[in-house]
Ligand binder design. Structure first.
Ligand code: PXG
Length: 300
């Protein structure tokens, strides 16, 4: 395994960063989780652009351009001979003093890890997930804004621990008003009265790239997509429910806080979107191999 750190590739044993890196000391940094399918990186540019926005929001200067970062991700996949895989992209504040002061960090660290992926069991897609609502609420907009994909994920981790205690894979997180924000690492959708509904980003969700893709797919199926505040009640009485995320893709939910959703099996809209997303990820994306990249650029 070859891991990219600040312009060099290192073997797994030698891929190390300083204990004085503020990413470790304070969770001061940003990250992305990206997938490659069949030798192509899915929605690479969107992920890299979101990374740059997260960095901008925390006044972190990334020492590369968006194009250079896309190229680094591609090169790291190529160096690891990735066809289907998971890419973790991190930018930390870098090495500094033992004080909070980010000014003590002279240069951000850029790390790219490209590895194989542990897929959700097929059963989840066929039978659907059971989830619960966590008592840990999502961060306030004026605390750590949930739109920032920061290295400080304790908020989500606390909710994930609650999911685990309840024997579930995921948990719903509410915002301070009691409306649904999202899950710990996935966005949430419901089918209600023939419309596909999802909380607006202002409710405190990450600007999910899978969420965007699913909204595009749904609209292309002539479904009405509505972004509106959703309460737990709205989910309990929904006809269908599913989650979206890079890792999970589109995964059906059939029980929430012991309430059976719809018929208790993945509904028709969910099943169609699971299949459409699957097809799209396996037929589009930026080629990892340079030859194919040239080919696609030349329209060959
Ligand atoms: N909400 C949160 C809080 C996330 O961290 C999503 C929604 C879905 O966003 P995307 O852009 O991926 O559709 C995420 C993304 C992991 C893991 O290791 C988590 C994510 C992505 C990949 C892996 O648990 N979260």
């Amino acid at each position: 395994m070859k891991i990219y750190i600040n312009g060099e590739f290192y073997d797994r044993e030698n891929a190390k960063i300083s204990v004085f890196d503020h990413g470790l000391l304070y969770g001061d940094g940003v990250f992305e989780g990206i997938r490659a399918y069949s030798g192509r990186i899915f929605r690479l540019r969107e992920h890299v652009e979101r990374l740059f926005k997260s960095a901008k929001a925390i006044l972190l200067t990334i020492p590369l351009s968006v194009d250079e970062m896309c190229e680094v991700v591609r090169l790291t996949c190529a160096a690891n001979d990735i066809k289907d895989g998971y890419i973790r992209l991190l930018v930390t504040r870098g090495k500094g003093s033992l004080s909070l002061d980010p000014g003590s960090c002279k240069r951000a660290s850029v790390i790219v890890i490209a590895s194989g992926i542990r897929l959700y069991p097929q059963e989840y897609y066929e039978k659907g997930l059971t989830i619960v609502t966590a008592s840990t609420m999502r961060n306030l907009q004026n605390a750590i804004n949930p739109a920032i994909k920061s290295l400080n994920y304790l908020n989500n981790i606390l909710a994930k621990i609650e999911a685990g205690i309840a024997g579930c894979e995921e948990a719903i997180m509410l915002n301070s008003e009691g409306f649904i924000a999202e899950c710990t690492g996935d966005n949430l959708f419901i089918m209600s009265e023939g419309n596909l509904c999802t909380p607006p980003l202002a409710a405190g969700a990450l600007y999910g790239i899978t969420r965007n893709v699913v909204m595009e797919l749904a609209r292309s199926e002539r479904l009405e997509v509505v972004e509106k505040n959703l309460s737990r009640y709205d989910v309990f009485v929904a006809d269908e429910c599913f989650l979206t995320g890079t890792g999970a893709e589109v995964v059906p939910v059939v029980k929430v806080d012991e309430r059976v959703i719809g018929d208790g099996v993945p509904g028709p809209v969910t099943r169609k979107l699971v299949a459409d997303y699957h097809d799209l990820t396996r037929s589009t994306g930026d080629p990892i191999s340079r030859e194919e990249q040239r080919g696609s650029r030349d329209g060959v």
